[in-house]
Design a binder for this molecule. Sequence first.
Ligand code: SF4
Length: 272
Amino acid sequence: MLDIQKYLRLEMFPHMLCPGCGHGIVLGALLRAIHSLKLSQDEVVVVSGIGCSSRLSGYVDFDTLHTTHGRPLAFATGIKMARPELTVIVITGDGDGLSIGGNHLIHAARRNVGLTCLLLNNEIYGMTGGQAAPTTPLGKISTTGPTGPFETPFDSCRLVEAAGASFVARGITYEPATLEKLIVAAIQNPGFSFLEIISDCPEFFGRFNRMGNPADQILAQKQNVVDAKTAATLPPERLKGKMLTGILHHEPRPEYAASYQESIAQMGAQAR
Ligand code: SF4
């Protein structure tokens, strides 16, 4: 039986998330996933950057690192290289992970470093007051785009797959049980696993774009997505404007830290 308090730093509560924020749903799914995998708290490291989503690392009772803006994957790569036996989970946001941290993201994917990266996409910069992010959809209101941005947003899953990630998936907070399963599958992949999670920001994105209350906003998620397995059976016109969810790509290949250790061993053997 899951005792969720076992995984929390209760002295850090109350948390700073706004009422209706999706990030708490993600945190619950992550803790249930770790529990179901029977990982000990001493073998899990959670690394985050800067932003509302990155505050989650402060609430969990694992070894945690709350790093600088955009850099959690760089710190996490160092941890994985030094202690490859650990399960290293990165929590980042769309601003943190795709804007200032975009270069780290594509190279972690290219190298197939054995990390699980959860990118919580709320389609805006939440912590700093609602500026447009690299994921803000065309026409959606933000403080820096009062009439809506005219920049095309990233499809982070396609970006990371093209960069070389061995596992790519997308989940939504509307479906927390499915989200938990996706997190389990991501952790079980030995290489770089990327999971984009659509996690609402009612305080800025929802309010600026008149999406109703937090419940209305989370219900709207369901209208905008199609599960990848279902999508394979539908004609292209039915998929227009929809995001795909579920496991989008899974192609295991050699993990970076393990390949590095092998390379060091070969060099040692050649030198003898
Ligand atoms: S500003 Fe948005 S993302 Fe940040 S805690 Fe509030 S609702 Fe969540």
